[in-house]
Design a protein around this ligand. Structure first.
Ligand SMILES: NC(=O)c1ccc[n+]([C@@H]2O[C@H](COP(=O)([O-])OP(=O)(O)OC[C@H]3O[C@@H](n4cnc5c(N)ncnc54)[C@H](O)[C@@H]3O)[C@@H](O)[C@H]2O)c1
Length: 496
C-alpha cells in the first residue's frame, strides 16, 4: 500500500506540475470518469456482523482489506463476502499491524465503542465512516469533531438519509420561507423494536467460543456475559447503547437539525415510562429549547421547541394532523414543522415532505444532490464519503454528514438521552454547550433511580417492592457526559 500511497502522491505532484494549480483532487486527475486501480482506497471494516456488512458492500468499489469483529460466528457472512480481507478480533491489533496500509475505516460496532475506534483511526490520519449515533457520550462527539477537523480527513456519520433528496427539499422549502417562521417541531419513531425497560439478568451464562466478550465490553464497566446483550439487543442497555431515542433520532431529527440550523440547545427536559439504572425505558419524550439563530434572507430562525416521542407515543395535536394521516407510514418515524404560514410534515430522514395546506411549493432544487439518494437506501451515502476521501483537504467537498455537522448534531441527540436519564431531578436542565455541563444542578442534589421493581399478589394481596439507588446528581451527570473508561482503554487527547 505504501506504493499505492506514494503513487497517489506522485500523480498529484505530476498533475500539479501540468496544471499549475496548487492541489488537485486525486479523483480529478485519474481522468474522465476512469479510475485507475491505484486510486482505490484500502478500507478496514470494524463491527461487520450487522449493519457493517451492507455498509461495506456499498463501499466495494474500493479494496476491503481488513475485517474486525468480536463475534466470528455472527460475522461469518461478511467474512465470506470479502474472502481476501485479513480477519481480526481486536481493532487495536489490526491498527498496529495494518495501520500503514489502511486509508480509511468503517465503524459499525455497538454505540459504546464507536468513539475509541474512530478517534484512534482519526489520530492516525485515517478517513472514517462511523455509524449513528456517532458516539455514546457528548464528550466523545466533541472529540471526534475536533480530531476530524485537525486531521483534515474525510468523515461521515452513517445516517444515510442525510444524503437523500428529502432533507434537501425540506431545507429548500423552509429556507424559501414557504412555511414561515418555525417555533415548534414534533418528531417521533415507533422504536424500540428490541427489549428495553429491563433489569440486569441474574442468570449465569458462558460466552460462546466464537465471541470475545471482554473485547465487546471494551471501555464500558465489566459485567458477566449474557446472550441478551449482543448481537443487536445492546441498544437497550445504557452501558452499550442509547435506547430508542439515541438509535433513531440521528435519522428522524436530521432534517430538523439541518433545516433549522439548530446548533446547540440551551434547555432540555425528558420524561418516560419507568426508568432504571440498567436499560432505557420503553417509551420516552423529550423537549429541547434552542435559542434564536441568525436569520436567513427569506426566513427568520427564532427560538424553537423540539418535541420528541418514541415507544408508541405520538404527538396528540389534532389541529396539526389531518384525519387520514398515518404517522408511521414509512415504519421509521417522521416530523412536523409548525410554521407561521403553513405546517410541513415529513417521513423519517425528510422523505416525502408535504404541506398541511395541500399547496405544493415551487422551489427549484439548488442544493447538491447525491446520485441515487432518492429513498432510504445504502450506497449513495457511503459513496459520497468515498468521493470526499479522494479529494484533497484543500478542495474537498465534505461528505454530507461529515463530523463537523454530525458531531454537534449527535451532541443534541445525546443530550436528549441525558435528559431522560436525569428526569428524576424534575427540572428543565440548562446546558452550557461550550463547557459541556449542566448549569442548574447543585453539588448536593441527589438522583434517585430504580434498580429493581417487583409486583406480586401474595395471599390475595398486592405487594409492591421497588428498590432505588441514590447518586450524587452532578457527578453522575458528569459521568454521563464524559465516561470513565475501563482500565486498558483510552481516547486520544482532545485537540484545543
Ligand atoms: N444507519 C442505519 O440504518 C443503521 C441500521 C442498523 C444499525 N445501525 C448502527 O450500526 C451500528 C451496529 O448496529 P447493528 O444493528 O449492526 O448491531 P449488531 O449487534 O447487529 O452488529 C454489531 C457488530 O459489531 C460487532 N462488534 C461489537 N463490538 C465490537 C468491537 N469492539 N470490535 C469489533 N466488532 C464489534 C458485533 O459482534 C457485531 O458483529 C450501531 O451503531 C447502529 O446504531 C445503523
Amino acid at each position: 500500500m505504501k506504493n499505492q500511497e506514494s503513487r497517489r502522491g506522485f500523480i498529484k505532484k505530476s498533475a500539479l506540475a501540468a496544471t499549475g494549480i496548487t492541489i488537485v483532487p486525486s479523483l480529478a486527475v485519474s481522468g474522465l470518469g476512469h479510475r485507475a486501480p491505484s486510486d482505490k482506497l484500502n478500507i478496514a471494516g470494524i463491527g461487520i456482523g450487522g449493519k457493517g456488512h451492507p455498509n461495506l458492500v456499498a463501499m466495494n468499489t474500493e479494496n476491503i482489506v481488513a475485517l474486525c469483529d468480536v463475534d466470528w460466528k455472527y460475522a461469518q457472512g461478511c467474512f465470506e463476502e470479502f474472502p481476501n480481507a485479513k480477519r481480526y478480533r481486536d481493532w487495536r491489533k489490526m491498527y498496529d499491524e495494518m495501520g500503514k496500509s489502511i486509508d480509511a475505516v468503517m465503524v459499525a460496532t455497538a454505540d459504546h465503542t464507536h468513539a475509541a475506534i474512530a478517534a484512534h483511526a482519526l489520530a492516525m490520519g485515517k478517513h472514517v465512516y462511523c455509524q449513528k449515533p456517532l458516539t455514546h457520550s457528548v464528550y466523545e462527539s466533541r472529540l471526534l469533531t475536533r480530531l476530524a477537523a485537525k486531521q483534515k480527513v474525510a468523515t461521515q456519520m452513517g445516517n444515510q438519509a442525510n444524503s437523500g433528496d428529502g432533507v434537501r427539499q425540506v431545507c429548500e422549502w423552509i429556507w424559501n420561507g414557504e412555511i414561515g417562521e418555525v417555533r415548534e417541531v414534533h418528531a417521533w419513531t415507533d422504536r424500540p423494536i428490541w427489549p428495553q425497560g429491563l433489569e440486569r439478568p441474574m442468570e449465569k451464562m458462558t460466552p460462546p467460543d466464537t465471541l470475545n466478550w471482554d473485547l465487546f465490553i471494551g471501555p464500558a464497566p465489566e459485567r458477566p456475559y449474557h446472550k441478551i446483550y449482543t448481537p443487536w439487543n445492546w441498544r437497550g442497555w445504557w452501558d452499550f447503547g442509547t435506547g430508542a431515542f439515541g438509535d433513531m433520532a440521528c435519522h428522524v431529527l436530521d432534517p430538523v437539525y439541518q433545516a433549522l440550523k439548530l446548533g446547540y440547545p440551551e434547555k432540555v427536559r425528558g420524561s418516560s415510562t419507568q426508568i432504571n439504572t440498567e436499560s432505557a425505558p420503553q417509551a420516552e419524550t423529550v423537549e429541547f429549547i434552542f435559542p434564536a439563530r441568525e436569520n436567513m434572507a427569506k426566513v427568520n430562525l427564532p427560538q424553537v421547541r423540539i418535541y420528541w416521542y418514541d415507544g408508541g407515543l405520538l404527538p396528540n395535536k389534532s389541529e396539526l394532523l389531518p384525519e387520514e394521516i398515518n404517522l408511521m407510514a414509512d415504519r421509521l418515524g417522521g416530523c412536523i414543522f409548525v410554521g407561521s404560514k403553513d405546517t410541513l410534515i415529513t417521513g423519517c430522514g425528510g422523505f416525502k415532505p408535504f404541506l398541511l395546506s395541500g399547496r405544493i411549493p415551487q422551489v427549484s432544487p439548488y442544493l447538491r444532490r447525491i446520485p441515487g439518494a432518492v429513498k432510504y437506501v445504502d450506497g449513495p451515502h457511503e459513496q459520497d464519503w468515498i468521493r470526499a476521501c479522494k479529494e484533497s483537504p484543500e478542495n474537498r467537498v465534505e461528505g454530507t454528514s461529515h463530523f463537523g455537522y454530525s458531531g454537534p448534531f449527535n451532541e443534541m441527540v445525546l443530550l436528549g438521552v441525558l435528559a431522560i436519564r436525569l428526569q428524576s431531578l424534575n427540572k428543565t436542565l440548562k446546558w452550557d454547550a461550550e463547557n459541556m455541563r449542566f448549569t442548574n444542578i447543585s453539588p448536593s442534589e441527589e438522583l434517585k433511580i430504580v434498580t429493581s421493581d417487583d409486583f406480586q399478589v401474595k395471599d390475595g394481596h398486592p405487594h409492591f417492592n421497588t428498590q432505588y439507588a441514590k447518586f450524587n446528581a452532578l457527578e453522575t451527570a458528569g459521568e454521563y457526559v464524559k465516561h470513565s473508561y475501563r482500565r486498558g482503554w483510552d481516547l486520544p487527547e482532545m485537540p484545543a
